[in-house]
Design a protein around this ligand. Structure first.
Ligand SMILES: Cc1ncc(COP(=O)(O)O)c(C=O)c1O
Length: 426
């Protein structure tokens, strides 16, 4: 597979290079030059892993070979993803049954398999920013690997206590930094570090954020799964609502659609951080200061993956109605959480944002699917408070609550980050 840097058209790389490099020159994102069209009718009856092997082989087998693609997929995708009725003509595709209870497990585990296969003896440092769940998924996927260090930056006080416990208590090759700033500051720091050629070479820096194409490609697979689990007569009517922060998940959905997934249209749902809904309405890209919300992993004002969405839109010329962006405020998020619960479905704030946007947008002849991106227990406090119920912790979370945090505080500046890397990893 050949990919091109969206900022520097002359930089063309293989999948392997794109994975190892993360980000291209001038902070450009890599995009596949060509997306193969799949004969989708033959895919619906296959189990998830086998179907995903076919989808990713269509993209990657020319470079990696069929057998390696099949191995990477089988090792990464080891958990279920049920499509569960959630009332009012909606289904939730539950993507939170992996080891860290969030959709990030799909991308992070596939990326870990790829890096492990590609890095060889060369030492690698994964440098990544998280607004909550990436940190845990990446840390879990890479924990204990010999020649890979993971450095995770997160906004101090900006993620839930449980999220913090999930990745800041591991130690060993997992290094966590509580940054005095927002998620956007963390993301900016990561970008600056990648722009520092010396630092990049010194530590073999690579990224595990959704800027890394391996993560996105893994996420394509579950859009096909959503369609496959729908009753056959509804497969052409699916409207998929994506709770969006950095817009990586939406990008993967659009790629799936470009490859033939018969998704009728998408709803990109944001919380109060509504740069994209305002942009689509006005044509003005005007990020505002961050709003802290119940769906904190979506508190992103400068979504990293937006250039990929625009590149796809330009390439495929989809009609405007293919992508609707809707902002959902805090009261509506809580109300939707209650609405879902009254129909017997317990959710959490991120998915509730998507479900609320879907409820606003869904037409009578359509079937709605929203992505369940995290387990309700990961947002135990807000879910318990809004619904007035106890939310028990699943074993993966119960095991970490009493462990001490091992994070270091960090000022939101490149120099202290450089110093930290040189002291801790040299
Ligand atoms: C639970 C949850 N939902 C939604 C999102 C948003 O996904 P994306 O950044 O791909 O738009 C995130 C991202 O961190 C998340 O953790």
């Amino acid at each position: 597979m050949q990919l091109t840097n969206l900022n520097v058209a002359a930089e063309q790389v293989s999948f392997r290079q794109a994975v190892l490099q993360g980000l291209g020159q001038q902070q450009g994102l890599f995009m596949p030059d060509r997306l193969p069209q799949l004969a989708v009718e033959s895919l619906w009856s296959l189990p998830f892993v086998e179907r995903s092997q076919r989808i990713l082989a269509a993209l990657l087998a020319d470079e990696l070979g069929q057998a390696q693609v099949e191995r990477l997929v089988a090792q990464a995708f080891t958990f279920e993803l049920p499509l569960v009725p959630a009332g009012d003509g909606q289904y939730c595709l539950e993507l939170f049954h992996g080891p860290t209870l969030a959709f990030k497990d799909f991308g992070a585990r596939f990326l870990a398999q790829c890096l492990n296969a590609f890095a060889g003896e060369q030492r690698q440092t994964i440098l990544t920013a998280t607004s909550g769940d990436t940190g845990a998924a990446v840390a879990d996927a890479f924990y204990g690997l010999d020649n890979i260090d993971v450095v995770v930056l997160y906004p101090a006080g900006g993620i839930s206590e449980l999220q913090e416990k999930m990745f800041c208590t591991l130690g060993d090759n997992i290094h966590t930094l509580a940054v005095a700033g927002s998620f956007d500051d963390c993301q900016q720091l990561v970008k600056q570090a990648f722009s520092d050629a010396e630092l990049k070479a010194e530590f073999g820096l690579t990224s595990a954020n959704s800027i890394n194409i391996a993560r996105l490609l893994a996420q394509i697979c579950y859009y096909f799964e959503a369609v496959a689990q729908l009753p056959a007569e509804q497969r052409q009517q699916a409207v998929v609502a994506v709770p969006s922060g950095n817009f990586g998940n939406l990008t993967a959905g659009l790629i799936a659609q470009a490859m033939g997934a018969p998704i009728k249209r998408f709803v990109a749902a944001t919380n109060l951080n509504d740069t994209v809904p305002r942009y689509l309405a006005s044509g003005q890209w005007q990020p505002e200061p961050v709003h802290h919300t119940l769906s904190n992993a979506m508190d992103v004002t400068s979504p990293n993956n937006w250039p990929r969405v625009e590149a796809l839109q330009q390439r495929y010329g989809w009609p405007q109605q293919n992508l609707t962006a809707i902002k959902v405020d805090e009261a509506s998020t809580a109300a939707q959480l209650r609405q879902l619960a009254s129909g017997g479905y317990r959710s959490e704030p991120h998915a509730a944002v998507a479900s609320a946007a879907l409820a606003q947008s869904l037409q009578a002849d359509e079937v709605g699917v929203f992505l369940g991106t995290a387990h309700p227990a990961k947002f135990q406090q807000s879910v318990a408070q809004i619904l007035g119920v106890e939310v028990p912790l699943p074993p993966a979370l119960a095991a970490v609550v009493d462990k001490p945090l091992l994070s270091h505080p960090l000022a939101a500046d490149l120099t202290p980050l450089q110093d930290y890397l040189r002291q801790q990893l040299a």
